[in-house]
Design a protein around this ligand. Structure first.
Ligand code: TNX
Length: 514
């Protein structure tokens, strides 16, 4: 029967070949991208009117950090089709220099008619400067194959540094499991907005996602399940290390979370001795919370120590997240004793304990970090504690909340969150009695009860993740919704080019071709 379709197929071919398709082609962009389209907004920008630098076949790339240089070169070569030779010494063209005092992550970007120079005190700053440079090139620079160009960059100087040290995204790989390639694509996406931490929620009732040699059934049995009976899975140590290395190369620190003492059905199903009655529950594929608990007797400490010791050995970053949320099935006194012990184990391993904000009901280790996920602007016990704070207020920063009632994915228990609501709050003045000096930063968590593909992840994260990224990076003096919505609009054609499936928020003036 296939021949019946042939005339139609050849008609489509003809239309494509002659350019007679219904949608108009986007015009060739040759005007340089203005500095005020960069997300997150830069701290200081002084354009030089009429000055541009054009990347051409003869442009050389010099990089004091080979890793950042090669990431940039690979990307520019892909879309431009130019050779872009690497220069052995700083030369005209593009130069990434380690010089000056720009802080841990800051940078200065200078564009003259003769070349582009990024200066930073550390590789992290060079990486951040490169992310800004990418956004100053036409959107087609994000294409995976050769594009016509030209490739002008607006002349001038940008000097930039972050407001907060911690800018995070969380991915729940427990409710649904995501393979390494998906996590790496998400790392590409978040790091392009200068997000510098990826929190991986590695265990929950529905699945255990990281291999542990001393307790192998956690992964091999506890990793089999997922929400709705969807396929499970887990990361081998090599998988996890590959993700960590991929992240490190993109200035992203992985923060692994083992959620305890609640959210543990997968672990209990694998090891009956972790329960108080010695009987394993079956694997769990629902979406309830608050019903499971490790038996908080002293022998459970061996389990906690073994797991965290192996995880610490695989994790170069400073933090181990020990969960501690929604423990309705753990007695308050047991909870306090358990979280106290777990934090001490983390500290003994030379790491900083991080946990959801309920941890303030337990004694805190010096330097412990509490991640606030509540829906109100008050938390007296958190305010009165010594904890450093990461802000993930559920009604603002939860990427699994629906945008509006029409969003097909996600939940609404913390409300619906359109782009403006994700953007319009000040992390330095959000929680009563928690001064900006105690705020380490912000994090946008994505819980995945309803999320199963990279397209789902992207649809929920964009454009809200860039909003949270801007709150974490940009000086508060740049905060302005109309300006931000225009900056977001400038990202649309980039996302389109990347094949990134974003929410076309009606609040954003997306340009044609995005
Ligand atoms: C609450 S927020 C949870 C998660 C759920 C999420 C769904 C927090 C620390 N715990 O277990 O996945 O709501 O939105």
């Amino acid at each position: 029967m296939i021949h019946r379709w042939l005339p139609l197929v050849s008609l489509v071919f003809l239309a494509l070949a002659t350019g007679a398709s219904a949608a108009p082609r986007p015009p060739v962009v040759s005007k340089p991208v203005p500095y005020d389209s960069v997300v997150p907004a830069v701290a200081s920008a002084v354009p030089a009117p009429g000055v541009t630098y054009e990347i051409a076949a003869a442009t050389t790339i010099y990089g004091a950090d080979a890793g950042v240089r090669d990431l940039l070169a690979r990307q520019l070569r892909r879309a431009t089709g130019f050779t872009l030779p690497v220069a052995p010494t700083p030369a005209a063209g593009i130069a990434l220099l380690l010089s000056g005092s720009f802080g841990d992550e800051g940078y200065q970007l200078d564009v003259t008619a003769g070349g582009i120079t990024i200066r930073a005190s550390a590789a992290a700053g060079l990486f951040n400067g490169v992310q800004t440079l990418r956004q100053l090139l036409p959107p087609s620079i994000e294409a995976s194959g050769r594009q016509p160009g030209p490739w002008p960059v607006q002349g001038g100087r940008i000097t930039d540094h972050p407001r907060f040290a911690y800018r995070g995204a969380m991915l729940d790989v427990a409710r649904h499991f995501f393979p390494v390639a998906v996590v790496e694509r998400y790392i590409d996406e978040i790091s392009s907005y200068k997000i510098n931490h990826l929190h991986l929620h590695l265990s929950d009732d529905q699945g255990w996602r990281i291999a542990v040699e001393s307790w192998p059934r956690l992964a091999t049995f506890g990793g089999r399940s997922a929400v709705d009976g969807d396929p499970g899975g887990y990361y081998t140590k090599a998988d996890y290390q590959a993700v960590v290395a991929y992240a490190v190369a993109r200035n992203v620190t992985v923060v692994p979370e083992i959620d305890m003492p609640g959210h543990v059905t997968a672990a209990l199903a694998a090891y009956p001795e972790l329960t108080c009655d010695g009987r394993s529950p079956p694997l769990y594929t629902g979406t309830e919370v608050g019903f499971s608990s490790l038996c908080t007797r002293a022998s459970t400490e061996t389990f906690v120590r073994d797991v965290l010791t192996e995880l610490a050995a695989l994790t170069p970053g400073p933090y181990l997240h020990i969960g501690g949320d929604e423990t309705e099935s753990t007695k308050p006194a047991d909870y306090a004793a358990f979280m106290d012990r777990a934090q001490r184990i983390v500290a003994d391993l030379g790491k900083t304990p991080m946990a959801w904000h309920e941890v303030v009901n337990a004694p805190l280790q010096p330097g412990a970090v509490a991640q606030y996920w509540g829906t109100t602007r008050e938390h007296p016990a958190l305010a009165a504690s010594t904890a450093k704070v990461i802000l993930s207020p559920a009604g603002r920063a939860y990427l699994d909340m629906k945008y509006d009632s029409g969003t097909g994915l996600g939940a609404t228990w913390a409300g619906t969150i359109e782009a403006d609501a994700a953007y319009d709050w000040n992390p330095g003045r959000y929680l009563d009695g928690v001064d900006e000096s105690r705020v380490l930063g912000v994090e946008a968590p994505l819980w995945t009860e309803t999320i199963t593909t990279i397209g789902d992840i992207e649809h929920m994260a964009f454009p809200r993740l860039p909003a949270i990224a801007e709150l974490g990076w940009s000086p508060w003096s740049t905060h302005d919704w109309p300006a931000f919505s225009r900056r977001l609009a400038a990202q649309g054609p980039r996302w389109h080019t990347l094949g990134l499936d974003y929410h076309q928020s009606p609040q954003v003036p997306w340009p044609p071709g995005s």
